[in-house]
Design a protein around this ligand. Sequence first.
Ligand code: SAM
Length: 444
Amino acid sequence: MALDRRAPVAPDRLPSAEVTSLSHDGRGVARVEGKIVFIDNALPGEQVRYRPGKRRRAYDTGAVVDVLRPSPQRVTAKCVYFGVCGGCSLQHLDPLAQLEIKQDQLIENLEKIGKTTPETVLPPLRGPTWGYRRKARLGVRFVPKKGGVLVGFRERRKSFVTPLQHCEVLDPRISILLPSLSEVITDLSCPARIPQIEVAVGDNAVALVFRHLDPLTEQDLNSLRLWAQAHRVQVYLQPGDLGSVHPLSPPNPEPLYYSLGENEFDIEFSPTDFIQVNREINRTLVTEVVKLLDLNATDRVIDLFCGLGNFTLPIARRAAAVTGYEGNPVLINKANHNAERNKCDNARFACVDLDSEQSADVFTRQKCNKLLLDPPRTGAMQVAKTLSQCRPERLVYVSCNPATLARDTEVIVNVHGYCLTAARVVDMFPHTQHVESVAVYERG
Ligand SMILES: C[S@@+](CC[C@H](N)C(=O)[O-])C[C@H]1O[C@@H](n2cnc3c(N)ncnc32)[C@H](O)[C@@H]1O
């Protein structure tokens, strides 16, 4: 049907489509007159009426106006901002169905890109689906026309900030602060010069890092101190790059930490450090990784992309020795501190760029029979290529991007002769399109 996109169209004259699958960013995918259409808020199996959006050469976009035949897995989104806020994309789909779709994506990637099928697909690792997010970067925008400062995640595919009064996926200790955060920034001398706030929740405290592009006045500092005291949170300031982050209130805050196992380990971190966003599922994942490595007291393990030692220290307890490698020297210092704090004297750490061609010369200096990888979204191609230099008998790969996991798997399996014995999805990011997973390989 040809539509003039500028003229208002009665809803019953809008085009309809049969949705066949879900795209990697959570939109329904349909084929209309031979062309792919990505439709916001549509689910596989549904017939929907949609308002056409952008037209591209290879595809069109649209947004659901009416669901003519709903999916049995459709649920009412819990959050009033759902559909506008870019923080979540799948709240309208039952959480178990979200995991089924993520598992299908994982297997499809492994088969198509990795040219490999796992011997076993383990059931998804599940945790709490609401209030789970303990780390986030919130956008801040001063919009006087909308009543002051907006604080929240970016809108879907837009640069506007969603004015959140609460958030269903953020840790409730952060969500509850959102309205008063907006007020305290509105009253600063330069509300338009605060672009973002980084929030981090430890087991012991909540911390917020205010990025500010202009110097703050004495009055600004006082009101932020009072705000921090009233809400019992730690406030940090960031006038420049990450190195400029410093505490405002209290002046010497207690270090943040989170515990692992049966409170066996405390991992200390700073509010801008990488930590796994979902506290509960991270605890489950660490236990799972230790199990999948099948550790015993003679094992020598290498943990690549080790960060603060999140996996390294629990591995150290069950193996003869473990060495963690990581590219960020600040995290290496903290990992060493965490090893000391937890009395893991068989854990060592070293800084290396694992994307560099020489990195294998560094990490293969240590003999190892088991290897763990937990790379960023870009994956670990360089490590995969040089696997022959250490040839571990067992390899566990934790991934936040099934496409790069599958690409690296192709090399691990088809070049180095490993067997992909198991794979499973991990529900690290409920209601979002992000897919966390873990894969296990054994030497053939
Ligand atoms: C997904 S995080 C995992 C961290 C840690 N395993 C954990 O569970 O908290 C990926 C880590 O890889 C590190 N990283 C990113 N690029 C790197 C590179 N080229 N070489 C070494 N480390 C890198 C990051 O600093 C980050 O700590």
